[in-house]
Write a protein that binds this ligand. Structure first.
Ligand SMILES: *Cc1c(COP(=O)(O)O)cnc(C)c1O
Length: 490
C-alpha cells in the first residue's frame, strides 16, 4: 500500500510514496504529513481472542502491505519480548465495573512511546543499513519521546540521533533517562524554551533546504522520530485492537460489542491510532479525548474551532500533554475532509492562529470523537482516590477518569489508555497522597510512594540516580541548528 500527502502538492495531485519512503523522509509537501492511501479493513480472523500481541501485530502490519521483509518485521516485533509480560506487553486491568486500564508502559523507558519506538527504530535502522545511507534522526520531546527514541536508536548502525528537550520542562527521571544515555551516535540538547518551541525547531529543520544541504555534504539524510512519522502511528493501532481481544478473552464482551476508548492526548498520535482502528472495523462507539488546562483539542472537538491566538502554554502536572500545536489532528482532518481543506486550515493556523470547521464538519468530527479537559486538582484527587483503592496511576492516565462521567452509553466498557508508569511522575503522586502542594524531588518521592503504597520502584528507574551524566548541553533556540551541525561534524 502506498502513502499520500495530507496537504496535496505543487502539481495539484498527491505524490505517492511507499511505507519505507514515508519512514525515511516523513515530511510531505507544504509541511504536510503522509497518510495511508486507503485503510485496509479487519476481517473476522482479527477478532480471535487467542491471538498473542505479536501475532496480532504481524497481522496488522501484513494487512497494510508494507514494503518491509517478513524477517525484519519479525525481528522488530520480537523486541516486545523485552517488555515486562513476555507474552503480553500491554496488560488490561479491570479497575471497576465497565472500566479497564490498558497499561501501555511496560517497555524499557516506562512510557507508551516504547510501544511504537522500539519496533520503529529497528525498522528504520534496517532501512538505513540496507540503503547504505547515513541518517540523522531528530526528536523533540516533552519528556517521554526522548528517552524512548534514544533507547531505540542508540548504537544503531548508520544512525545518529539528536534529541531536543525543554530545559526545566521535564521531570528529573525523564531528564536523567536522556542525559545518562550513553552511545556515540546520540546528542541530547536542552533548549531554553517549551515543548512547542522544541517541536517547532524540529519541523523547521525538517523543512529547511539549507539544513538538508549541509547534512548532504556530510553524506547524511534527515528523518524524524516524532509521531509526524507514520512509522510510529502504524504500531499505535495494534494495542487498541489488542485491548478489545483482551475484553473478549476476559468474557467482558462478545465479538461485535461496542466499547469506548479514552486517550489522554497531546500530539494526537495515540488517538489517531484508535481512529484508524475504528475505521478499519474495530467496534468503537466513540474515542474520548482528554487533555489538561492546555485544552485546544477539547475546544476543537466541542466547538469546531482550533484557536491558539490568545493561548499561552500552561505547565501542568501532565506535561506530556502540555502542547498547543497538535501534529496528528491534521491526519484526521485529511481523512474526513480531504487535502484541499486540510491545507487551507493548516495555513490559517500558521498565518492567523486559528481555523474553524463548519457545523456539518463539526458534526462529522463528533461522530468519532468526544472530549473533556481535566485540571491538576482533579488529577491529584483521582490519583489519591484510586491509590487508596489499590490502583496506582500516573497523572496522564488520571485525566482519563474525567471523561468517564461524560459517557452517553454508560453501560459500555471503557478502556482507558495508561500512557506512563507512576515512577516517571513520582513527585506528583507524593503531593497527591499527602494532599499538599509541596515540590518533592523525584528520588525522595519514589521512595515515599514505594514505602507508603508498598510497591517496588522499577529497577531501571532506581538505577538512573547513580549513573554517569554524558550530556550537559543547554542552549538558546537560535543555536539549535549550529549545535546539531557541530555534532554531526564531530
Ligand atoms: C506522549 C504522551 C501522551 C500524549 O500522546 P499523544 O500520542 O502525543 O497524544 C500522553 N501521556 C504520556 C505519558 C505521553 O508520554
Amino acid at each position: 500500500m502506498n502513502f499520500i500527502e495530507t496537504r496535496g502538492n505543487q502539481e495539484g495531485f498527491s505524490k505517492e510514496v511507499t511505507f519505507s519512503q514515508a519512514l525515511l523522509s516523513p515530511s510531505a509537501s507544504f509541511g504536510g504529513l503522509y497518510v495511508p492511501q486507503t485503510l485496509p479493513a479487519f476481517d473476522a480472523s482479527f477478532f480471535d481472542k487467542n491471538l498473542s500481541y505479536k501475532a496480532l501485530a504481524k497481522k496488522v502490519l501484513t494487512h497494510f502491505e508494507i514494503d518491509i521483509e517478513e524477517t525484519v518485521i519479525d525481528e522488530a516485533l520480537s523486541l516486545y519480548d523485552k517488555f515486562d509480560g513476555p507474552s503480553n506487553p500491554t496488560p488490561l486491568i479491570k479497575i471497576k465495573e465497565n472500566l479497564f486500564v490498558n497499561e501501555l508502559y511496560h517497555g524499557p523507558t516506562r512510557a507508551f512511546k516504547d510501544m511504537a519506538l522500539q519496533p520503529f527504530g529497528y525498522i528504520l535502522s534496517h532501512l538505513a543499513k540496507k540503503e547504505g545511507q547515513k541518517y540523522l534522526i531528530l526528536a523533540a520531546t516533552s519528556g517521554d519521546t526522548g528517552p524512548a527514541a534514544l533507547e531505540s536508536f542508540k548504537n544503531k548502525e548508520n544512525i545518529q540521533i539528536a534529541c531536543l528537550y525543554p530545559d526545566g520542562g521535564t521531570s528529573d527521571v525523564q531528564r536523567l533517562q536522556m542525559v545518562t544515555e550513553d552511545g556515540k551516535n546520540l546528542k541530547v540538547i536542552g533548549i531554553k524554551g517549551n515543548f512547542d518551541d522544541a517541536q517547532h525547531a524540529l519541523k523547521t529543520l525538517l523543512a529547511s533546504d539549507t539544513f538538508k544541504t549541509q547534512l548532504e555534504k556530510n553524506g547524511i539524510k534527515l528523518s524524524a522520530a516524532n509521531s509526524v512519522n507514520f512509522g510510529r502511528i502504524i504500531f499505535q493501532i495494534i494495542y487498541h485492537v489488542n485491548a478489545y481481544l483482551a475484553l473478549m478473552a476476559q468474557n467482558e464482551i462478545d465479538k461485535g460489542d461496542k466499547i469506548y476508548i479514552t486517550v489522554p492526548s497531546g500530539n494526537f498520535g495515540n488517538a489517531l491510532g484508535a481512529y484508524y482502528a475504528k475505521k478499519m472495523g474495530l467496534p468503537i462507539e466513540k474515542i474520548l479525548i482528554t487533555s489538561n488546562a492546555n485544552n485546544v483539542l477539547v475546544e476543537l472537538i466541542q466547538t469546531g474551532r482550533y484557536d491558539i491566538r490568545d493561548k499561552k502554554l500552561i505547565l501542568t502536572l501532565s506535561p506530556a500533554m502540555d502542547i498547543l500545536k497538535s501534529s496528528n489532528v491534521e491526519r484526521i482532518l485529511y481523512d474526513m475532509f480531504g487535502a484541499q481543506k486540510t491545507k487551507a486550515w493548516m495555513d490559517d493556523l500558521n498565518e492567523k492562529g486559528f481555523y474553524q470547521l463548519s457545523s456539518q464538519e463539526l458534526a462529522r468530527l463528533q461522530e468519532d470523537f468526544a472530549a473533556t479537559d481535566s485540571d491538576d486538582t482533579f488529577t491529584k484527587e483521582t490519583i489519591a482516590s484510586y491509590a487508596s483503592q489499590g490502583y496506582v496511576m500516573d497523572p496522564h492516565t488520571a485525566t482519563c477518569l474525567k471523561a468517564v462521567g461524560t459517557l452517553e452509553e454508560n453501560s459500555l466498557p471503557d478502556v482507558l489508555c495508561s500512557t506512563a508508569e507512576w515512577t516517571k511522575f513520582a513527585p506528583t503522586l507524593m503531593s497527591a497522597l499527602k494532599k499538599d502542594d509541596s515540590q518533592y524531588s523525584d528520588k525522595e518521592a519514589l521512595e515515599y510512594i514505594s514505602k507508603t503504597l508498598d510497591i517496588p520502584i522499577t529497577p531501571s528507574i532506581k538505577a538512573l540516580f547513580t549513573k554517569d551524566v554524558y550530556h550537559d548541553t543547554i542552549i538558546d533556540k537560535a543555536s539549535i541548528e549550529a549545535e546539531i551541525l557541530k555534532f554531526i561534524n564531530a
